[in-house]
Structures are given as structure tokens and as C-alpha cells.
Design a protein around this ligand. Structure first.
Ligand SMILES: *Cc1c(COP(=O)(O)O)cnc(C)c1O
Length: 357
């Protein structure tokens, strides 16, 4: 505490990201990074920007990248908003589209950054409990609200819902914005972006994507939102009141090349999905109960072993997974899908732990 902190800073409880340990030789399965590198074309594009032109500011609007994203998704570039990672996009969404009289709604178990943004921007919120199998039930999002936000698939559960359900929610909530955070959409979930195409684009649906997960560029910091041009215009107003240049030259060039390399995305996502299904089967043999996942991580618990303890014992064996000390999910571990080799090490360690614990 310091008397120099403004009142809001005194009250903040910041988001705590999964750790990035400096130790070598760890099996790092705690922050949902891709185990495979980014597109080699993205790496080449980034290297090509390593010139004296770095003395120049980047394009503040990121037009070339917007064009590329719009082309890939069948949208107009005016429907795309760019940010320094989707966390920054989300920050502008909270400040610019979700701060109204009524509280916003999100699930009781979801991305833990959402309540942090609410606190920072002074936004009231109400959490809606997930169903008994940890599924989002859109029919329970009925109270008056200043907006609704959730990831699809949800994090940290990995459970996805159908596009049709979100379409219904959008139609029933004409007076507030529905934000779908599709950070993990490439691992087997129906995207809502097709709903945004053409003249039927709803005025109140915003879809947020990141290049950090399936495009393996967490270190580059690029995310975007897609939606109706008037929503995007609102976000641009916030962005241009905060930082005109959120994406540097390297980030813009790398992102363009990554978006163009759809083959790399599909190949690496398929590998992750296959490893995920194999891991699910192996964990089931060990007695784990795993939620059906449409993400590059799984959410799993063992009926006879506490989550915190398992997390600790794995850690002692050099394997880092994520555990949340929150109600309803304390028994679970969130495990990122790594390479087959990492998964093998994980399963071997768990076997050893269960045999001795
Ligand atoms: C990882 C993640 C993000 C943030 O991604 P960045 O683009 O790296 O900031 C946003 N939402 C969810 C649900 C995530 O899991």
C-alpha cells in the first residue's frame, strides 16, 4: 500500500497469470501455450522486419493485418479490431462496451480476468452458475444486464456450446452486447464468426480471438475482435484514447503471415486434438474424471486425490500444471495438451504418484 496509489489501485486484486518458470527441462503444461512452434512463415516475416525501419512508428490502424483477418473470415475490414493480445482487446471491450447501468453477466467458473477488469473499470457483475456438469446454460442468462461475456469453449473447463445457442442468446438480448471469447475455438468448437457475415450481422455480437494459443504466438501479443462496424468504432475510440500503436511492426508482420498459413494452424491443431483424446483415455484408465474438452487443455479430477496435492506432487517431478483454489473446482487440475512425449511423461508421473500416495 502507498498513499500515492489512486483509490481504485488500492482496491485492485490483479489477475495472476500462470507462472513462466526460468528452470530448464520442465514439462510446462500450465498456460495453454502451443507445444509446436508458430508458422515458419511468421518467423521469417518477423525476421524481415528487423531493420532500421524500426525507427518508424508502425501503422496505427494495422490495415494490412485487418485485411488479412477479414479475408480469412469472410468479413469486412471495418469489422475487425486489433489489440496487443486479446487481453488488451478484452480490456477495451469492458471499458467501451460493457460498462452500463445494469451488471454484466458471466459464468461463476470462467476466465478469472473478467472480474479483474470489472474492478478496474468499476463495472458491476453477476455470476451465473454453470450447470451440474459444468456446462454453460444460455437459458439461465435472463436477468437485465449491461452485457454478457463468456469463452466458448469455456475456460478452465474446456466445455463448448453450439453456435445455435449463442445465436438464440444474441436474439433475446437485443439491448446489450454479447461477447464470445473464442481463445480456444480452433480445437473443435463452432465459431460464431459466420454469424457476423453480410448484412445480417447482429449489432450486439462481438467475437474475440487470439493468436496466442492455436497460432502459437503468445510471445508476440496479438489478438482481435470481430463484430458489427459500430461496435468496432466504439472500440477504436477507446484504443485511440489509450495507445495509438498497440501492435509493433514485428507483431503486425508476424500476425499477417500467421493468419495466411492456415495449413500450419490445421496441422498443429489436429495434432493437439489427437493427443488430447489419447490423454483422456489414459487418464480414464487411472480413474480420473475428465470433462469433455474442446480446447488445448483438459480439466480433470481424481475421486481419491486432492487437486492441490496432485499439483504439488507433479511439480516435484518437474511437471507444471494449473490448479485453482476456487469453490466448485478445487479438486480439478487444468492440464495443457503438450507434445506426445510430454503427455507420456505426465501419465508416467501420475501413475507413480497414484501407486505411492
Ligand atoms: C489465453 C486467453 C486469453 C488471452 O490471450 P492473449 O491474447 O494472450 O492475451 C483470453 N481469453 C481466454 C479465455 C484465454 O484463455
Amino acid at each position: 500500500m502507498s498513499r500515492f496509489w489512486s483509490p481504485v489501485v488500492q482496491t485492485l486484486t490483479p489477475y495472476i497469470p500462470g507462472e513462466q518458470p526460468q528452470m530448464q527441462r520442465l514439462v510446462k503444461l500450465n498456460t495453454n501455450e502451443s507445444p509446436y512452434g508458430p508458422s515458419p512463415k511468421a518467423l521469417a516475416a518477423i525476421a524481415s522486419q528487423n531493420t532500421a525501419d524500426l525507427r518508424l512508428y508502425p501503422d496505427p490502424e494495422g490495415i494490412a493485418l485487418k485485411n488479412e483477418i477479414a479475408k480469412l473470415h469472410g468479413l469486412d475490414p471495418k469489422q475487425i479490431f486489433l489489440g496487443n493480445g486479446s487481453d488488451e482487446v478484452l480490456a477495451h471491450v469492458f471499458a467501451g462496451l460493457l460498462k452500463h447501468q445494469d451488471p454484466i453477466l458471466f459464468p461463476d467458473i470462467t476466465y478469472s480476468f473478467y472480474p479483474v477488469y470489472c474492478k478496474l473499470f468499476g463495472i458491476e457483475y453477476k455470476t451465473i452458475p454453470l450447470g451440474s456438469n459444468f456446462e454453460i446454460e444460455v437459458s439461465t442468462y435472463t436477468s437485465p444486464n449491461g452485457g454478457i461475456i463468456f469463452p466458448n469453449p469455456n475456460a478452465p473447463t474446456g466445455r463448448a456450446i453450439a453456435r445455435q445457442e449463442i445465436e438464440t442468446l444474441v436474439l433475446k438480448n437485443r439491448d446489450s452486447v454479447i461477447v464470445i471469447d473464442e481463445a480456444y475455438v480452433d480445437y473443435g468448437t463452432e465459431s460464431c464468426i459466420p454469424l457476423l457475415r453480410g448484412s445480417n450481422c447482429p449489432e450486439n455480437l462481438l467475437v474475440v480471438h487470439t493468436l496466442s494459443k492455436s497460432r502459437a504466438l503468445a510471445g508476440l501479443r496479438v489478438g482481435f475482435a470481430a463484430g458489427h462496424p459500430t461496435l468496432i468504432e466504439g472500440l477504436e475510440r477507446v484504443k485511440n484514447s489509450f495507445n495509438s500503436y498497440p501492435l509493433g511492426r514485428l507483431a503486425q508482420a508476424g500476425a499477417i503471415a500467421a493468419i495466411q498459413d492456415q495449413a500450419h494452424l490445421e496441422e498443429t491443431s489436429q495434432k493437439v486434438i489427437q493427443t488430447r483424446e489419447r490423454l483422456n483415455a489414459q487418464l480414464a484408465e487411472l480413474g480420473f474424471e475428465t470433462l469433455p474438452s474442446a480446447a488445448n487443455f483438459i480439466f480433470t479430477r481424481h475421486p481419491h486425490h486432492a487437486g492441490a496435492k496432485l499439483c504439488q506432487l507433479l511439480r516435484e517431478r518437474g511437471i507444471i500444471v494449473r490448479h485453482f483454489k476456487s469453490p466448485r473446482i478445487e479438486e480439478f487440475l487444468r492440464i495443457t495438451i503438450g507434445t506426445d512425449e510430454q503427455t507420456h511423461e505426465l501419465v508416467a508421473a501420475l501413475k507413480e504418484i497414484l501407486a505411492t500416495a
